[in-house]
Structure formats: C-alpha cells, structure tokens
Design a protein around this ligand. Structure first.
Ligand SMILES: [Zn+2]
Length: 123
C-alpha cells in the first residue's frame, strides 16, 4: 500500500541541510520529523537553459516526508544514476507520480542500487 506523502517543514529542511552533507556521507540519516534513521536522497542531473543543474530528492523511508530542490551542478561533480541506466522508461514515467517515484527509490535503495556514488573533483 502506498503511504501518503508529506512535505518536510522549512525548519526540518533547514535542520537536515545543517547536519548532513549527502555528497560526503551517503548513509541514512536521522529524520528531524520522526526520529528514525531513515533519511535517504537521490540526485539527478538535468540540463536547464541556464546550464547543467542537479535536482535532489530527499525522503524519509519511515514517515514518508519528502523535500526537493534544484540548483546548479557543482563544477567537477559526476553523479552515477543507476536507475536511469537500468530502467529508462520507468524513470520517465515515475517522474510524473511522486508517490510511485519514492516507492521505487526505496526499492532501489533496499536492493543496493542506491545510494549513488559520486565523483567530485571540485572538493
Ligand atoms: Zn521520518
């Protein structure tokens, strides 16, 4: 059964951003909302008119809160995207249904395809 998605509050997003650097540490993190160590993230690159960008999706596997953001791709950062390579069609489709999208990300995480690996030469 699909659980209802909720957004993190701005204060929770801020707490996560302060404590956690997903590019450096891809382990699951403590959720500021429910307290479970179940925060996961998925990053994907996109090409916008302004240049290469990165979209980040962060969610809690326990309480199903989510947060998303888009920003410029840090110079020198290469992101592996196991899902896109494995299943390009589902990748496009699930993008339109956030609830399925996060279910799918959880399955990828549990199967070991996520978290991704990063190659960041700008560090
Ligand atoms: Zn939670």
């Amino acid at each position: 059964m699909t659980r209802q998605l909720q957004r993190f509050t701005p204060a929770e997003v801020e707490a996560l951003g302060r404590e956690r650097n997903f590019l450096r540490d891809q382990s699951e993190w403590r959720c500021p909302a429910c307290g479970e160590v179940a925060i996961r993230s998925y990053l994907r690159t996109a090409r916008h008119a302004s240049g290469p960008s990165v979209m980040s999706y962060t969610w809690c596997a326990a309480c199903r809160r989510t947060a998303g953001s888009t920003g410029p791709l840090p110079p020198g950062l290469t992101i592996s995207d196991p899902w896109r390579a494995l299943d390009p069609q589902a990748w496009e489709e699930f993008d339109k249904n956030l609830s399925k999208f996060f279910d799918r990300l959880d399955r990828l995480w549990e199967s070991g395809a996520l978290p991704q690996s990063f190659d960041w030469k700008g560090r």
